[in-house]
Design a protein around this ligand. Structure first.
Ligand SMILES: C[S@@+](CC[C@H](N)C(=O)[O-])C[C@H]1O[C@@H](n2cnc3c(N)ncnc32)[C@H](O)[C@@H]1O
Length: 271
């Protein structure tokens, strides 16, 4: 495809999702958009770029953006944040008034493995009544998360077999999350670049393995927006390759813990 066509698709995806596509990702456009070209009868990526200039091509623009998201996920991914969560939740519960409903946000939840890993921890700890809110830009993955059905391959990645047997039911060759865990989680489409103020405060926010796709100003903007929704003693979990350093002064690393960030106490007038 020509440089102009690539730049125009990359600009559209960046505006709609924050995802930065550098010119070395042209192969990705070719593979990920091939299906859309076929379905729409569009002869080439350059022709697609032209079609997307039409402001009425909203559905196409959305489908192109979603096709360029990377939805890789697994149960208890990287394990450390979940070990930390197991230690944190009893402390948070102890510091909350009786009857407080814990709220945990899995932002960029993909197909739901992160949200259901959190649900399994809550059940193991005997914490009842918590709300898990899973959100993602992509409709397709949100639908899959809601369905709560996983392939043999997906459950083999990171999920201890005793947890599989305890919390899933086999349906043919696939595994369905148990109804009590399914009912703990609510899934919605939500863009991290949007306004989250109406959501209220969360005790814990997971935002893992998505900031890596954004440029530094977008990462900073998203981190500031997430910190605004976080309880003063809550934490944010980021992916292993992600940090807040140089991006926001509202969150700081929890000493000795990898990928765990807590609100900074900003001096009066500095906020
Ligand atoms: C690699 S997955 C990470 C899933 C999970 N958090 C984990 O760590 O396993 C990244 C997800 O971010 C989503 N995403 C990308 N840009 C987004 C945006 N602007 N708003 C919300 N979700 C976004 C993608 O659709 C994708 O499902």
């Amino acid at each position: 495809m020509n440089a102009e066509g690539f730049a125009s698709i990359a600009a559209l995806v960046k505006t709609r999702s924050g995802i930065v596509l550098t010119p070395d990702k042209e192969y990705m456009l070719e593979t990920r958009l091939a299906q859309i070209l076929k379905q729409e009868g569009i002869p080439s990526l350059d022709a697609l770029a032209l079609r997307l200039r039409d402001p009425r091509a909203e559905v196409l623009a959305r489908n192109v953006t979603e096709a360029l998201t990377t939805n890789e996920s697994s149960f208890f991914r990287d394990s450390k944040p979940f070990d930390h969560l197991k230690r944190l939740l009893p402390k948070l519960m102890a510091s909350r008034p009786a009857g407080h409903r814990l709220r945990i946000w899995s932002a960029a939840c993909s197909t739901g493995q992160e949200a259901y890993s959190i649900a399994m921890i809550l059940v193991e700890l005997g914490i009842r009544g918590a709300e898990i809110y899973g959100t993602d830009l992509s409709r397709e993955v949100v639908d899959r998360a809601r369905e709560g059905v996983f392939t043999q391959f997906e459950v083999q990645r990171g999920l201890p077999v005793q947890m599989l047997v305890k919390h899933f039911r086999q349906e043919g060759g696939r595994w369905r999350i148990a109804p009590e865990l399914r009912s703990m989680a609510r899934f919605e489409e939500r863009n991290l670049l949007g306004d989250h103020r109406a959501l209220g405060k969360f005790d814990v926010i997971f935002c893992r393995n998505v900031l890596i796709y954004f440029d530094p100003p977008t990462k900073g903007r998203v981190l500031n927006a997430l910190s605004a929704q976080l309880a003063p003693d809550g934490v944010v979990y980021l992916g292993g390759a992600e940090t807040v350093l140089g991006l926001t002064d509202r969150l700081a690393a929890v000493p000795g813990e990898r990928g765990v960030y807590a609100p900074t106490v900003l001096r009066a007038g500095a906020a």
